[in-house]
Design a protein around this ligand. Structure first.
Ligand SMILES: CC(C)(COP(=O)(O)OP(=O)(O)OC[C@H]1O[C@@H](n2cnc3c(N)ncnc32)[C@H](O)[C@@H]1OP(=O)(O)O)[C@@H](O)C(=O)NCCC(=O)NCCS
Length: 155
């Protein structure tokens, strides 16, 4: 049994558990769904948290501009929340953004307090370019988006 959580780059073997976790949150209206094909194509942009020999968390980066990247599909499985895994994944994604020389990391979220604790600030959605909203065409709430925009500027 794996008692310690590991946060790592996702690999193709992770596609099925990733798909199921995101699908579960998508059904609750918390995340946008991602098909298996999309996950396979974008697997290099995903990180996972692994504990008890299973995937218990995930998150991804989506480049939106020369300096801007979005954290997407961030979630921790029920039973594993509140143990610092979400923060670990955010730090891993922030490190990856630094490596890619993308200093502005944003997210659209309902979990504002969590992001504030992780060094983000609430910002007006309007400061982001049009490209941020391309994913919204797939969202049931596209005409009544109630998510909050948060931004962290890396040193
Ligand atoms: C939001 C989420 C990723 C947080 O992951 P987590 O592993 O539970 O968070 P952590 O344990 O790393 O918490 C870090 C800090 O944020 C706080 N926090 C976590 N979730 C919080 C919440 N919903 N409201 C307020 N504070 C929260 C924790 O208390 C902790 O504070 P502390 O450092 O003072 O103890 C997780 O709750 C989740 O999967 N939510 C559903 C999916 C979702 O909404 N994802 C965001 C999409 S952008």
């Amino acid at each position: 049994m794996q008692a310690v959580a590991v946060c790592r780059q996702a690999k193709l073997d992770d596609v099925e558990p990733l798909f199921l976790m995101i699908e579960n949150y998508a059904r609750q209206g918390i995340m946008l769904p991602r098909s298996r094909a999309v996950l396979e194509r974008q697997i290099a942009d995903f990180v996972v948290a692994e504990m008890d020999d299973k995937i218990v968390g995930c998150g991804s980066l989506c480049k939106l501009g020369e300096e801007l990247v979005e954290i997407r599909s961030l979630g921790i499985a029920e039973g594993y929340k509140g143990r610092g895994l979400g923060s670990m994944l955010v730090e891993q994604l922030v490190d990856e953004a630094k490596k890619r020389a993308l200093p502005k990391v944003m997210a659209l979220t309902y979990e504002v307090s969590f992001f504030l604790k992780n060094g983000f600030a609430v910002v007006e959605k309007e400061i982001f370019p049009e490209k941020v909203w391309t994913d919204c065409v797939n969202c049931a709430k596209q005409h009544a988006c109630d998510e909050i925009a948060v931004l962290r500027i890396l040193d």
